[in-house]
Design a protein around this ligand. Structure first.
Ligand code: G4P
Length: 520
């Protein structure tokens, strides 16, 4: 089993929207033999979409809304890529996904540098202490100078950077990359042309005669490399493993240049599944023979032809076998895992066996919740809590057609269990209220209610609110006023939705003994 676990590389690609995450994912799938042709820009525009962008809504809006999982074999490794939605409104889903990976690849548009969403996602990876690898994309376009980009990484993200390779020119003047790690120069070439590598001698210069030697950009790069060797960081695998140093690769995902070089080097450094933190401060090793895992995502109707719900499990230790019995920590109940699946975006196959590091999908009939731990063995386990975000935007929601209450309730129930939006109910009127971190979450909710549950919904915006939970024992319904709406959450726990900070302060002054909390 240890041998199998050591083959696993489970990672996420993070980026600000449009940096090229989908394009690079496609190239990786291409190397893995999963897709035959990269569906780049043209295909995207003609209506055939990247495999990882399979949801209807994604097709319409051109953004990745949900995280999907892709698995393939490459050079003796079993690779699990967890796709993450780049749009900021979906950060909640992304953050949970990042709890399920062992390393992350950060894609940066070399013309734009570090953008807001890159920074946020980086910080989550940092918090987890997982290794982060950087791919500076779009070299085929004019971008910022490589030194500038490296400096920005160190200054803005406060992480040491080590250039694994270095661009020789950019945009129309792109000649190739100077590959420090492999001691060679990789020449730029058209997408469908063979790679050409030129050897470097002991001193780091071209070993053989080549027209490139006469180019001024070549001499400039040699100077920059000297500078890097003198003043830059040394590659330190231990610091990479601890997430303190990021190896940086340059390339162009669109023209498939430097992507394979990146993947090959990445796999040398990316960690195999290690140990996972438990709530009691202990951890469990990936090679522990007992099975354990946690649910980081639940999704209904992944395939509109099969009305089903899938719970995504990150296996943290041991071996999964279809039909095995596990304990669900939250309820203490025993559950048989008979119906399991693995993913290739929109295609699935039944999975019989899987090991630590793998992601499996379990067909769920309502047993699981996000954050649940499942395990075998005598010792009960509970993994660390997944990050949760307090909603800031609220809408009142009701069914347009009062005769269609059943599908309305079913849709709300399932989408809320997925964690797509949060559901509350007003104490006084019984109205349903939805809470989200970003507006787009509501739009997706509305779209999916119509498409998947045939339920037209009416949503009335309530705007921004501050959600604060209150100890039920301290609650007096008279505390509610026009400026602090009293509602209950899905577990029936009471909270106030304050109009603004002023009304929250007013409440605190009036009821100084009442404790308010931001998150549950
Ligand atoms: P994302 O998943 O991170 O959001 O980005 P995605 O891969 O969809 O790429 C965003 C746009 O950038 C796409 O253009 C894509 O073709 C382009 N792109 C990705 N990698 C490269 C690269 O290496 N070089 C160049 N020149 N472009 C790249 P698009 O669909 O046409 O979008 P848009 O240009 O219309 O915004």
């Amino acid at each position: 089993m240890a041998k199998e676990v050591n083959k696993r590389r489970t990672f996420a690609i993070i980026s600000h929207p449009d940096a090229g995450k989908t394009t690079i994912t496609e190239q990786l799938l291409l190397f893995g033999g999963v897709v035959r042709k990269a569906g780049t820009v043209k295909a995207k525009k003609s209506g055939s979409f990247a495999k990882s962008d399979w949801m209807e809504i994604e097709k319409k809006r051109g953004i990745s809304v949900t995280s999907s999982v892709m698995q393939f074999n490459y050079q003796g490794k079993r690779i699990n890529i967890l796709d993450t939605p780049g749009h900021e409104d979906f950060s909640e889903d992304t953050y949970r996904t990042l709890m399920a990976v062992d390393s992350a690849v950060m894609v940066i548009d070399s013309a734009k540098g570090i953008e807001p969403q890159t920074k946020k996602l980086f910080q989550v990876c940092r918090m987890r202490g997982i290794p982060i690898f950087t791919f500076m994309n779009k070299l085929d376009r004019d971008g910022r100078s490589p030194l500038d980009l490296i400096n920005e990484l160190e200054e803005v993200l406060k992480i040491d950077a080590y250039a694994m390779n270095w661009p020789i020119g950019m945009g129309k003047g792109l000649k190739g990359i100077y590959d420090l790690y492999n001691q060679r120069i990789e020449l730029y070439r058209k997408e469908d042309h063979e790679e050409t590598f030129l050897k470097l001698d002991q001193t780091g210069k071209l070993a053989e005669d080549h027209p490139l030697k006469e180019e001024s950009i070549y001499r400039q790069v040699l100077e920059e490399i000297e500078l890097l060797k003198l003043a830059g960081n040394q590659l330190d695998p231990q610091r990479v493993a601890a997430g303190e140093m990021t190896p940086v690769f340059f390339g162009s995902a669109l023209t498939n240049f430097g992507v394979k070089t990146f993947l090959d080097a990445y796999l040398q450094f990316a960690p195999a599944p290690g140990s996972h933190q438990l709530v009691d401060g202990q951890s469990i090793s990936a090679v522990n023979p007992e099975f354990s895992g946690f649910i980081f995502k639940i999704q209904a109707n992944m395939n509109p032809n099969h009305r089903d719900r899938i719970a995504f499990v990150r296996i943290c230790s041991g071996k999964f076998e279809r039909g095995m019995d596990v304990y669900l920590k939250r309820t203490g109940k025993k559950i048989r895992l008979a119906n399991s699946t693995q993913f290739m975006a929109d295609t699935r196959e039944t999975v019989e066996k899987a090991v630590a590091g793998d992601i499996i999908g379990l067909y769920d009939t309502g047993n699981f919740q996000i954050g649940d731990t499942i395990y075998t063995g005598k010792q009960a386990l509970q993994f660390e809590k997944l990050p949760q975000f307090t909603p800031e935007l609220f809408v009142k929601v009701s069914a347009k057609n009062v005769m269609k209450q059943k599908s309305f309730h079913k849709g709300i129930k399932q989408l809320v269990q997925e964690g797509a939006v949060q559901l509350y109910q007003s104490y006084s009127t019984g109205d349903y209220i939805l809470g989200a971190v970003g507006q787009l979450q509501f739009e997706v909710f509305q779209f999916r209610m119509k498409n998947e549950y045939h339920s037209d919904v009416i949503m009335t915006s309530m705007g921004h609110k501050i959600a604060r939970w209150i100890n039920p024992e301290q609650l007096d319904e008279k505390m509610s006023s026009s400026r602090n709406l009293l509602v209950k959450d899905r577990q029936g726990l009471p909270l106030f939705l304050f109009e603004n900070e002023f009304s929250e302060r007013w409440f605190k002054d009036k009821y100084p003994h009442v404790a308010l909390t931001a998150k549950l």
